[in-house]
Design a protein around this ligand. Structure first.
Ligand code: GRF
Length: 192
């Protein structure tokens, strides 16, 4: 079983998934990491682990459909069965959604449907809530709107800062996401 990870930034979740795969805890292999940003740190992390890393910059394509068609060609050529978004800062369009229907997932740092979109951690602190969390969900055409696969709550203390809350959330993400991807790969395998 092969997964592709899409990420635009640091790649701590990508690294957690790559490590889980290397330790045979993912039930599959990370075939490639793809970023929409040439200078994303995640590309270096992938290469350091020996995982093929690609940067496809959307604005160098004539349209979003052409960008995604090229992405789909790469995924199919690499025999990818599941697409795992990990900090991929872009809405997925119909070309990719149709090619990988029901096989694209995302992780978001809140208990969706609360605090979708950018800066979910800041939104939670601003709202003054006592708990937030992490959601793994299927990807549809909306922003953080697809069906929920798993959620885990994280408590917010009175003295919480953006940094401390982000760190707590990421600790949860790095365990929850590999666990979910493992289950999803079992599901894909069972449906074949
Ligand atoms: C994570 O918090 C994830 O929930 C969100 O983007 C962040 C990516 O962080 N979608 P990283 O690049 O994996 O460190």
């Amino acid at each position: 079983m092969k997964v592709a990870i899409f990420a635009s930034g640091t790649g701590s979740n990508a690294e957690a998934l790559i490590r889980a795969a290397a330790e045979k805890e993912l039930g599959g292999e990370v075939a490639l990491v793809l970023s929409d940003k040439r200078d994303a740190k995640v590309l270096e992390k992938a290469k350091a682990h020996g995982v093929p890393a690609y940067a496809f910059v959307p604005k160098t394509f004539a349209s979003k459909a052409e960008y995604e068609a090229e992405v789909v060609r790469l995924l199919e050529a690499s025999h990818v069965q599941l697409v795992v978004l990990a900090g991929y800062m872009r809405l997925v369009g119909p070309t990719l959604l149709d090619a990988y229907e029901g096989r694209i997932v995302n992780i978001h740092p809140s208990l969706l449907p609360e605090f979708p979109g950018l800066d979910a951690v800041g939104q939670a602190l601003e709202a003054g809530v006592k708990q937030t969390g992490v959601t793994v969900h299927y990807v549809d055409a909306g922003m953080d709107t697809g069906p929920v696969i798993a959620q885990e709550a994280v408590e917010i203390h009175d003295e919480e800062t953006c940094e401390s809350l982000t760190a707590k959330i990421q600790r949860v993400e790095h365990v929850l996401y590999p666990r979910c991807v493992k289950q999803l790969l079992e599901d894909v395998r069972g449906s074949q």
